[in-house]
Design a protein around this ligand. Structure first.
Ligand code: ATP
Ligand code: ZN
Length: 397
């Protein structure tokens, strides 16, 4: 019998703190899945498929889903969430979803899933926040950098990125440098009804480059095989980042192509941890001045299935990542708009970045998602600048 939906019991009950993480990974299980749902109790999974398929194929999909569930949820221990700041209760004047209004005003133009052009209001809001982040960077005398959008596969390989985040990679290639291939492409290239370029894979050169998933990695590669100055390194940069989020790409909350501003610290452990903490305190003042509703709490990176348990537990145990989670009143939820990260000596060891005493350097970064912070601001304060914080009215009024 063919059917286009599938419901079954999870192989183990998914604890509530993992339901979101497991759900986001179901987007990568099978191309025929259109939508997945995990019951709030964590023991029922429902899949909607794009079209009806025979029972044997549905069984194969179920088996893959159970692999995800077992790998991520079996024996999982609930991490202790550490809250460093909690201002989620700050009253904010707006409660609607900004998406429809942004689209209506032509402030947002969707080019494809997870890819948007942003209009003037959005752009100015991002600039306003960028100025705050640049002031933060200045307060550390951070040196400015500009990094490429592309990143060599070799770099990501060296820091274990392929194993940790294979699902979200975006690859960049070009036509093979062969006149026949190029001519054939120029003559015949066209898109099908799904927007897929109809080109044989052999036309493309082997992949040796990807679209960069983060900003700070580029700095670490500039420092590879070097000894740091005694005072350490503080740098800042803004850049395009790419993370393919599959079915999770909806609205401005989750983009394939987004922009990150980072302030990056490289030095000994105390230097990195003290600066990360200082950055948090300085941003606490900035967010306080505008009455932003958010909280800062411990978190983990979205590691892929096989790596998730080990790496997430490690991050939690060593308090390596704190997220700034802004309130989204329209959905009574939160959205990570930034993070305070400490990588210990991971990059120092893998890239041979040394302290003056010869030991591996420690690194950390403060990263802000520019589209997300502007989106969360609009979700809390709306479109009428009369209701905006007074310091912003001067700029936008
Ligand atoms: P680390 O260096 O420890 O890997 P990072 O520098 O990669 O961390 P993240 O915490 O992964 O930083 O991401 C920083 C911010 O970028 C997030 O808090 C979020 O605001 C934004 N961001 C991440 N993924 C997306 C996405 N898919 N769409 C929009 N914004 C995103
Ligand atoms: Zn970073």
């Amino acid at each position: 019998m063919t059917s286009s939906s599938l419901q079954f019991a999870a192989a183990v009950t998914i604890p509530d703190h993992l339901i979101g993480e497991v759900h986001s990974k179901l987007a990568y299980v099978d191309e025929r899945i259109a939508k997945a749902h995990i019951s709030p109790s964590g023991d029922q999974i429902t899949l909607e498929l794009k079209y009806a398929i025979p029972a044997a194929e549905r069984a194969a999909i179920e088996e893959k889903v159970q692999r995800v569930v077992l790998s991520m949820a079996k024996g999982a221990i609930r991490p202790k969430v550490q809250v460093l700041e909690d201002y989620l209760d700050r009253p904010t004047p707006f409660a609607a979803d900004p998406m429809p209004e942004l689209l209506r005003r032509g402030e947002l133009f969707q080019e494809a899933e997870g890819i948007y052009a942003l209009g003037p209001l959005f752009t100015r809001l991002i600039e306003w926040f960028e100025n705050r982040f640049l002031q933060l960077a200045d307060s550390f005398s951070a040196r400015p950098y500009r990094f490429p959008t592309l990143i060599p596969a070799r770099f990501l390989e060296r820091v274990g990125y392929f194993r940790a985040f294979p699902h979200s990679l975006s690859f960049a290639t070009h036509l093979r440098t062969d006149l026949d291939q190029i001519d054939a492409f120029a003559e015949g290239a066209s898109c099908d009804e799904h927007g897929h370029l109809k080109v044989p894979l052999e036309s493309f050169a082997p992949v040796r480059t990807l679209l960069s998933p983060a900003v700070c990695y580029h700095l670490y590669f500039t420092l590879a095989d070097q000894t740091l100055p005694p005072q350490g390194v503080v740098a800042t940069a803004v850049g395009n980042c790419f993370r393919y989020e599959s079915l999770n790409l909806h609205s401005l909350e989750r983009l394939w192509n987004f922009t990150m501003r980072e302030v990056i610290f490289v030095g000994d452990k105390e230097f990195v941890l003290a600066n990360r903490e200082l950055a948090r305190q300085r941003m606490q003042r900035v967010f306080g001045e505008i009455g932003f509703a958010y909280r800062v709490e411990s978190a983990n990176d979205p590691f892929f299935i096989g790596e998730f348990r080990k790496q997430a537990a490690f991050q939690s145990a060593f308090q390596l990542k704190y997220e700034i989670r802004a309130r989204l009143p329209f959905k009574d939820g939160t959205l990570a708009v930034g993070s305070y990260n400490y990588h210990q000596d991971f990059f120092g060891r893998h890239l041979n970045i040394r302290l003056p005493d010869g030991s591996p350097a420690h690194t950390g970064c403060v990263a802000f998602g520019l589209e997300r912070i502007a989106f969360a601001f609009l979700a809390q304060f709306g479109f009428d600048s009369i209701h905006w914080p007074s310091s912003m009215q001067e700029v936008f009024g």
